[in-house]
Design a protein around this ligand. Sequence first.
Ligand SMILES: [Zn+2]
Length: 701
Amino acid sequence: MSCAMDSHRRCVWVLALLLMASAAAHERPPFEVPGVNERYELVVPVVTTAPIVDGKLDEPVWSQAAQAKIVRQVSPSLGQLASLPTTVLVLATTDKLFVGFRCPIASKDAIRAYETRYDAPMRNDEQVSIFLDTLHTHDRAYGFTVNARGTRADSRFGNERWDAQWEAAVQVGETEWTAEIAIPFAILTYDPRQTVWGINFARFISDREEWTLWAFHPDRPSDLRYMPHLVGLPLTQKRNNDGPRWLLKAFSVADHTFGDGEGIGNHYGLDGEWAFRQNLALRFVVKPDFSEVEEAFESIDVSYVEQFVPDRREFFVQGSEFFSEVAVAGEGWRRGSDPNLFFSRRIQRFDVGMKVTGVMGDKRLGFLSAHNFGDHEHSFVVNVAQTFGTRGRAYLGYVDALRPTSFHRGLLLGGEWRFGGQGRFSLRGSYARHFSSDDQRDGGAGSLRLSYGDERWFVSLGWTAFSPNFRPFLGYTPRTDFKRFSLFAHRSFRPRNSNAYREANLSVYWRRGETFGGRFFDHNYGISGSITLRDLTEVSLGWERNRHAEYHIRPEPFDDHSLRIGIDFGGNRPFRGDIGYIIGRAFDGRYRQPFIALRWDKPDGSWRFRLEISQRHQTFGDGSRQTVRSREISLTRILSADKWLVLRYFHRSGDFTIKNFALSFRLKRQSGEELYLIWGDPRARQTRNRLIAKWIMPFRF
Ligand SMILES: [Zn+2]
């Protein structure tokens, strides 16, 4: 907001009016949402007798529940009626939210659900989900999912590594399956003064591969601003203090490599969370975990810019959703070409860490500090995000890295504003400035993007600039010194009443950039399309050309291009796979690369098998040739809902050989208890005779 000082008061007044207007006129879908009142609210009845969570919705108290109906599909026929409507029942007691789902089915055999492990991805399983925007910021939501086997998965504001204690049970009959879910308010982050939440429900009908959702706008099905309001929650009452407020996770790692004469390496540590208020939590770590036992097979890095490898350390992963504006953090967070100031892997050894995360009104807050006392290294990160009704949001980030002989600090400002009919236009921008005692790290970066989206089109026009010395000390900046315009357009095709195909997509992009000195930086463009047939076979085709300057290698730019074709078959059936072929040119050499990936899941969920084979034939600029082959096999035996065995084998030959074998036993419970027993070294280039045991033991009080 650029308000001159003298008109400041008037500006604030106009802004307040705007915000009030947007708060009053809530976004609504263009069709009726069964179950909401005229104010677009789902009013939850508060009852005194809690139902028993056994999957049967037979307790008399369910007759008092508010009732919603999921009647529309998001996919394959966006906005059309669902083939089977799902009934949702909602109740609350003073300390829990209860949700029941009645899911009609064609027959018991029509249900496909394989996953039995808590928090495992179950994209293709018959399932129901509840989404809760407890902050009512229309920006982030909790997700609670249960499949038709009763397997649970949860996430907080997009972070799937968040785990909590909640209950769910299912019952499968001949004409319907039912789910009964209880979510304690104590596990949720919310400001008790904010008594209106956003809520939504989804069901995936597995035999038809149909995603159905309660309330959404066909222009943007995932837009949280269309979530109806959940009102009537007993949140104004004093919080039930019986629930645990402390969660301590003690971990120990034992590591022994046979034959290197070093004996057993041992370390241990303590990670804790103190939920001292319903809206604020303190997290700390003493002797952090550096074992990286969880790390998957080493990714082979053949590129010339740094590749993004997510951090998996508990301290950084937990609560990372409160730092997603300032940081590329944890697993799954990665934000295109927007500037960021913090990448947690930049903090290596430290002794003590602390995090405060929480919400106040419509502000989301994160504060992090990490201290290495021996080397006098201290790092601080601040992230504050605020939404303005359903129209926009703004954020601020600050990072300070205090080092014994230098300083590095950065400031980030950004925001987003929606406008136009149905909020189809959005303007996003962010600017970061890094100040440093090192001239090579003293610079700024910014991005501005104007987008338009409706049911069929998404078009985005952007401008990004990274100054030559924008290299934040704790940030992730693979490339600097460019100013670039970009254009992206996507068109989706969904037949209304045709049996020819499920959907098709076409996208084009164009980007052109120059350096701050006015020299050529890059020029790329491409086109790609895909079509999904009724049986879920997907055929895709893409072509791109990428001219890019690498002045540290030579003055003339490289001229790369590639053409790829892929076929994805099997849908969510037990046997599925994809086959592809890429031909192209990179760094003056030609290459072609066929690949195949096959998957099989035993329908009862007890065995999983994956096989991936690829070959890359390369001809370099000097005429020399090389073939790189890689094979990966993984076999998983699910022993019970929380225990499984995985055997992995990876072999790569050609430029350099990697031969790796590992057998691991895993235990993961919803309580937070985890055990890793690994024979072999998943990160080594050669098979190693190594034994690693890691145990994470949670305590709640
Ligand atoms: Zn709202």
